[in-house]
Design a protein around this ligand. Sequence first.
Ligand code: RB5
Length: 146
Amino acid sequence: MRIGIGNDHSGVEMKREIVKFLQEQGHEVVNYGTDESTRCDYPVYGEKVGRAVTAGDVDRGILICGTGLGISLAANKVRGVRAVVCSEPCTARLSRQHNDANVLAFGARIIGIEMAKMIVETWLSTEFEGGRHQRRVDMVMEMENK
Ligand code: RB5
């Protein structure tokens, strides 16, 4: 898969490790995040990755900030994005099966690197179930037209 990754200053170290992990798993990674520890603004990176996903430049997006919260809020303002914050693999799996999430966010100040890897692996390998979940996802996306 081609994965777009974005992060603010608090996610630089974790981003590096996740990029390595993704590449080892055979994914192609496009880095939209900062590589500097200088304080910066998470909305910039949430938007960049969100737009890359909806433009089809990448298949999925992964976002890292201190909590995963701000950067996911920013990504969700981009039309077509369904970004979720996950701190463990169960919600990561369900966010794919039920919500067809196309962007995953987590917090470098909240979870450790091994948990982050488990979340990423689960999220990337789980398919959307469709069926009754499709109608609900459609309802959510339809709100963008109101
Ligand atoms: C930056 O200090 C921090 O606020 C940011 O990384 C994120 O946690 C916001 O939601």
